[in-house]
Design a protein around this ligand. Structure first.
Ligand SMILES: C[S@@+](CC[C@H](N)C(=O)[O-])C[C@H]1O[C@@H](n2cnc3c(N)ncnc32)[C@H](O)[C@@H]1O
Length: 225
């Protein structure tokens, strides 16, 4: 069962056209700076066991995984076929507009770690996606949602455009917990800009992550006497 957290107004976004139109042309650009990406790759190295089945939901031509680590399989999802085909980490891929259809075409408990990078902020039905991620995650598996402080403003629902960084972290956690995920771990960090700017104390994109784990054992129902 999906527990709704948002009201209709909070799901509203300025650009109401089909999201597939917005992503119709491939963009081989980085949406996050090098400092953010380096921090994310370090986190993945730490948290994703080699040989895991990994799902990169809302992906593009990059997955930010450590290049020297092999996984059992990396499944990619997104809105642009050409971008996904250019992503060297993906073993399989599919296209699906998650604001139209939230059912993920993956079996129960078939994924060890799911990733969403700079994508959650575009979800209009995040509750159903969080419930689906719970369904497909193996016990002992995890979900890592990461983002910074930018967005395509016209494509983000009001719940995101109206909030600040702290609100975004609370909101993602709230949606996950409502679908039965345990209270997630939150990372909120500054980064140092790459190169000479960083040596002079310049900052990179701020790094935020919500890390939720699916426990190994489901809680047992209370015993009846
Ligand atoms: C800012 S890009 C981030 C891409 C990638 N995760 C990265 O790190 O470069 C946002 C991504 O969210 C995904 N996305 C946005 N709206 C979507 C929707 N309605 N349905 C499915 N995916 C969507 C697309 O894959 C798009 O590339």
């Amino acid at each position: 069962m999906v527990v709704q957290v948002l009201g209709d107004q909070e799901r509203f976004k300025l650009d109401r056209d089909d999201d597939a139109l917005f992503y119709a042309e491939p963009r081989y650009v980085h949406h996050l700076d090098g400092a953010f990406r380096a921090r994310l790759t370090a986190l993945y190295r730490q948290r994703i066991p080699p040989c895991a089945v990994v799902l990169d939901l809302m992906s593009s031509w990059v997955s930010h995984l450590p290049p020297d680590v092999s996984y059992e399989r990396v499944i990619g999802h997104g809105l642009n076929q050409q971008e996904l085909e250019a992503n060297p980490r993906l073993d399989q891929r599919w296209i699906q507009n998650l604001n139209q259809d939230q059912r993920l075409p993956l079996d129960d408990g078939s994924v060890d770690v799911s990733l969403i990078v700079a994508g959650w902020q575009y979800l209009q039905q995040p509750e159903a996606i969080a419930a689906e991620l719970w369904r497909i995650t193996r016990p002992g598996g995890a979900l890592i949602v990461s983002f910074s402080n930018r967005m395509f403003f016209q494509k983000a629902p009001q719940v995101w455009t109206d909030g600040g960084d702290r609100d975004h972290l609370d909101y993602v956690a709230r949606v996950l917990v409502a679908q039965g995920w345990p209270v997630p771990e939150i990372l909120a960090e500054t980064t140092r800009a790459e190169g000479p700017l960083g040596w002079l104390g310049g900052k990179g994109d701020p790094f935020f992550a919500v890390i939720a784990s699916r426990p190994l054992t489901a809680s047992l129902p209370l015993q009846t006497r």
